[in-house]
Write a new protein. Structure first.
Length: 352
């Protein structure tokens, strides 16, 4: 408990705007969707009629402000909406009593601004500090707590909160114990960049936003491209909402760009989830094909039996040798012709 010494600005909101009870298990990350400064945000928290507040705010230049003490509940999250992260307990609780919230200034109303380096470093340091003092697990949340994002709670109205945020870089930072704030910018070892195109040791090439992504995020040296950037009408089979866009396959991952969701920027797809969906579908398609084949085989069998029976009738219908009775002979010829026509039709159906 206590408050973070990293906050150098304070815009306290009145206690009447906050909750008495707090037992912080989750740290919730937000973006402001439209503010420029922490002073503006503080003034809004002190006066807005909806009583919205957060504990902390991180500015674009890495400055940190506090608005609500950590021993009070801020009003940033409230309740779950349908489609929320499955691990969050759906027991009607007010999540403001169970969380500490950090806002990040983003002037864009769709939270699409790339987090500047200074803001990123301050955000990561603040997250580490809050987690350590409150015993919040320093990893993506689960039922026992951790770091979550507003869209985990409310994917219906807050799907773009926090929007463009350096998720992968945060996990890399925390995986590293938050000890090394080394700038992760740079090209993977032994890859070559000519200022426009990045070439991997296997000769694979990466350009545009995907090249930028690799520069700004941790990237395995051996995660070579195995295709060019290609267009897909549906990026993820398991998530139709993403819509169409561009992807590029790498040995271990897939980079994706969904024009329908510009706030996501270029991002790594959840390839395990997608692979499982596609494998399950492929298994189910194969089972259906097999059932269809069994049915076809049964039909062919029935037709073959009919043909055999007709052949037998044809043989039986041959006029006895030396029979010169023209009446009997014509009737027999007619029968033979009719049976022959049916035989031909059936033969075509089963492809004899
Ligand atoms: Zn939010």
């Amino acid at each position: 408990m206590g408050d973070s010494s990293l906050a150098t600005q304070q815009y306290w909101v009145d206690d009447s705007r906050t909750f008495d009870t707090i037992n912080p298990k989750w740290l919730v990350i937000h973006k402001t969707a439209g503010f420029h400064t922490l002073a503006e945000l503080g003034s809004y928290f002190q006066t807005n009629t909806a009583m919205v507040t957060s504990h902390y705010g991180v500015g674009l230049e890495g400055e940190i402000a506090q608005f609500v003490h950590e021993n009070r509940g801020a009003c940033a999250n409230c309740c779950l909406s349908s489609g929320h992260a499955a691990f969050l307990p759906d027991d009607g609780r007010n999540f403001n009593n169970w969380s500490i919230s950090i806002e990040h200034i983003d002037p864009a109303t769709d939270n699409s601004t790339t987090v500047p380096d200074a803001q990123q470093q301050a955000s990561f340091a603040l997250i580490k500090d809050i987690c350590q003092r409150n015993n919040i697990p320093m990893r993506y949340g689960d039922a026992n707590g951790g770091i979550i994002f507003h869209h985990d709670l409310d994917p219906v109205t807050r799907s773009r909160c926090p929007g463009n945020y350096p998720y992968d870089a945060l996990w890399a930072y925390l995986d590293n114990g938050g000890n090394d704030m080394a700038n992760t910018d740079g090209w993977p070892d032994k890859w070559n960049d000519d200022g426009k195109t990045l070439t991997a040791p296997n000769g694979g090439k990466v350009g545009g936003g995907f090249r930028q992504y690799i520069y700004h995020n941790p990237w395995d040296n051996d995660d070579y491209p195995i295709t060019d950037e290609i267009h897909l009408d549906q990026i993820e089979q398991n998530n139709p909402d993403l819509g169409g866009g561009n992807v590029q396959y790498f040995r271990k991952s897939r980079l994706q760009w969904a024009p329908k969701h510009p706030e996501m920027g270029c991002f790594k797809g959840w390839v395990g989830k997608e692979l499982k969906f596609v494998m399950d579908k492929s298994a189910s398609d194969a089972a259906n094909d097999k059932a269809e084949d069994t049915k076809d085989a049964a039909n062919v069998d029935t037709l073959n039996k009919e043909i055999a029976s007709l052949k037998a009738q044809l043989n039986a219908a041959q006029p006895p040798a030396g029979n010169n009775n023209p009446v009997v002979s014509d009737a027999m010829k007619n029968n033979v012709r009719q049976l022959g026509t049916v035989f031909n039709q059936l033969s075509q159906e089963v492809g004899l």
